[in-house]
Design a protein around this ligand. Structure first.
Ligand SMILES: [Fe+2]
Ligand SMILES: [Fe+2]
Length: 182
């Protein structure tokens, strides 16, 4: 097939590869989480402001963590070199999930404040490790084409989760919906 425009075509596809590389997608996805973490972990801040940040944070965290588990961590757990780090990620996600659920059930204000602070610090540490260790290790042990494929899957899963709804208002799930529990 004639290709008169090889250079700009390859530049363009390189750019697309960068954009859809799962590493870059995850780094972007961490940004709003970090912004909310800064508010949540500051116990000097107004409680209402922290509650608002938590309400925004909880669904964002789920719609980041689940696709990450199903793409990045699943890939890592199949690779000898990356396996343990993949499991570590899973375990930290489970801890964060449990804490989010506990916080939603917590009525005592000071206990709520303490739990939100610990959750924020846990996820902050998790994100730091991901950015400084896990993602660089994964990058060393994967091919660009694989990272692009995983990136596409990540975005697809995330979109699906957001479309399924139930994530936009964690307060609502506190109301009389006992059938919410799977
Ligand atoms: Fe993670
Ligand atoms: Fe992450």
């Amino acid at each position: 097939m004639p290709n008169q425009n090889t250079q700009s075509h390859s530049q363009q596809s390189k750019k697309m590869t960068m954009e859809s590389d799962i590493v870059n997608i995850i780094l972007e996805d961490h940004k709003p989480l970090k912004r909310l973490i800064a508010i949540m972990k500051d116990s000097d801040k107004d409680q209402a402001e922290r509650a608002e940040a938590f309400a925004e944070f909880a669904p964002l965290l789920i719609s980041h963590a689940k696709p990450e588990e199903q793409t990045l961590y699943t890939y890592m757990k199949k690779e000898e070199e990356l396996r343990e780090e993949g499991f570590e990620g899973d375990v930290e996600h489970q801890l964060a999930d449990q804490m989010v659920e506990e916080i939603m059930r917590t009525e005592d204000e000071d206990l709520w404040s303490a739990r939100v602070k610990v959750l924020a610090e846990l996820v902050e540490h998790h994100i730091e490790e991901e950015e400084e260790e896990l993602l660089p290790d994964f990058k060393k042990n994967s091919e660009p084409a694989e990272r692009m494929q995983l990136g596409q899957n990540f975005l697809m899963l995330k979109t699906k989760m957001l479309e399924q709804g139930g994530l936009d208002s964690p307060h609502e799930s506190k109301q009389p919906s006992s059938e919410q529990k799977h």
